[in-house]
Write a new protein. Structure first.
Length: 234
């Protein structure tokens, strides 16, 4: 059964969301605070996804996201923000969240996003399992994308990527010198049924440039195709 960590300090919201997730076939770990969430994660089996409210008592949701991501690169993380918290959304994506949803949200949209996230987690796990039997690498110029370790190497130096970043790089490596429209990147990584804003692509591209470019402000590898999308240049 799919497992999700639900962290929300408002009891009525947490109970309503948990009930709907259970009806949709999810096992739900409920926590009213970040501190309790970390306790539950250490005491139970791994979760496929986590739904983290940004505004929490004590440790906030962004710090919780960063803590979880530090220990677990595979779990899918969705941040929940209030309207107008654009900077918090961007920061959440920058520290490892995979997606965000804004209050008030429909439960059907939330479940759709969680299902898409869970499918990506399972695809990643399956790819890693296959790689154990059939090690594979994608090579592009000085870059090597190791599908077994899920690590990108630049001139032999390892660069750790989140699962979303890794999938974007896979898309680039498999489409060299090809201009990819943002919607294609969104569909290829987040899935055809993704409900969110295409700007999530831009945030992850900025994060990738910080990791792989010698001068992120003057990128030589992930090039912007103005008014369209991005192109990989080894």
């Amino acid at each position: 059964m799919k497992r999700v960590l639900l962290v929300e300090d408002e009891d009525s919201i947490r109970e309503m969301v948990a009930l709907n997730l259970k009806m949709a076939g999810w096992e739900v770990l409920e926590a009213p605070s970040a501190e309790r969430a970390l306790e539950l994660m250490h005491q139970s089996q791994p979760c496929d996804a986590a739904l983290l409210d940004i505004m929490l008592p004590g440790m906030d949701g962004l710090s919780l996201c960063e803590t979880i991501r530090r220990d677990n690169s595979a779990i899918g993380i969705i941040m929940v923000s209030a309207k107008g918290q654009e900077e918090d959304k961007i920061r959440g994506l920058s520290i490892g969240a995979d997606d965000y949803i804004t209050k008030p949200f429909s439960v059907s949209e939330l479940i759709a996003r969680l299902e898409a996230l869970a499918r990506r987690v399972r695809r990643t796990a399956a790819a890693e399992g296959k790689a154990v039997e059939e090690p594979d690498q994608l090579v592009s110029g000085p870059f090597v994308l190791d599908e077994k370790s899920r690590v990108l190497y630049k001139s032999g130096k390892p660069i750790d990527l989140t699962q979303v970043e890794f999938q974007i790089m896979e898309l680039f490596f498999k489409n060299p010198a090809t201009a990819l429209v943002r919607e294609k990147i969104l569909e290829g990584v987040w899935g055809a049924g993704y409900y969110g804003d295409v700007k999530i692509v831009d945030v992850n591209i900025r994060r990738l440039r910080m990791k792989i470019e010698d001068e992120p402000s003057n990128p030589q590898h992930i090039l912007t195709v103005w008014g369209y999308g991005y192109r990989w240049n080894a």
